[in-house]
Design a protein around this ligand. Structure first.
Ligand SMILES: CC[C@@H](C(=O)O)C(=O)SCCNC(=O)CCNC(=O)[C@H](O)C(C)(C)COP(=O)(O)OP(=O)(O)OC[C@H]1O[C@@H](n2cnc3c(N)ncnc32)[C@H](O)[C@@H]1OP(=O)(O)O
Ligand SMILES: [Co+2]
Length: 134
């Protein structure tokens, strides 16, 4: 059911500092920041050839990544995103197998303009999973 690794997301406390580190120290090509208030984050993407790195900074008081950064103040690996062909079929299959789909279970439009869903980290060995329909 899952396909390619679309991105690995890192939550960071200071996006500008993270961009400087990736661009100037690691020599990466970093996209312009994109504010996504409906997801409570500001993001940049870094194309590393075989996948992308997503850097996430909290946006707004209710941002879902604030509790993560409280537990990991210097930042850390937040989620992995796998591509799926049919996100509704994937959701229904996962729900039937007992996995918890986060939120109201309805896909939302993610940073790439495509539908995304999240799966509870406790159901996947401690790793938060995002699914993106491609
Ligand atoms: C930009 C759009 C999009 C894209 O297109 O790429 C994005 O990537 S948006 C990214 C941000 N959005 C989300 O993460 C949405 C889904 N996330 C959530 O709903 C919540 O973050 C969460 C996963 C339910 C966690 O919320 P929290 O308030 O921290 O809940 P709990 O305190 O109940 O945590 C339960 C348990 O899970 C541990 N945890 C939390 N986050 C992670 C994580 N990222 N990876 C692994 N584990 C995580 C948390 O520590 C708790 O564990 P215990 O302490 O052992 O109880
Ligand atoms: Co993501």
């Amino acid at each position: 059911m899952i396909g390619r690794l679309n991105h690995v997301a890192l939550a960071v406390p200071d996006l500008a500092a993270a961009v400087t580190l990736y661009r100037d120290t690691l020599g990466a090509d970093v996209s312009a920041p994109q504010a996504l208030p409906e997801h409570g984050v500001t993001v940049v993407f870094i194309d590393v050839g075989n996948t992308k790195i997503e850097l996430l900074e909290p946006l707004g008081e209710g941002s879902t990544i604030r509790p993560f950064l409280e537990k990991n103040p210097s930042g850390g690996m937040h989620h992995v995103c796998y591509e799926v062909d049919d996100i509704i079929a994937a959701r229904d299959r996962l729900t039937a197998s007992g996995a918890r789909v986060l939120g109201d279970g309805q896909p939302r439009i993610g940073a790439h303009g495509k539908p995304v869903l999240f799966l509870h980290p406790k159901d996947f060995m401690g790793a938060l999973i995002e699914l993106e329909q491609v």
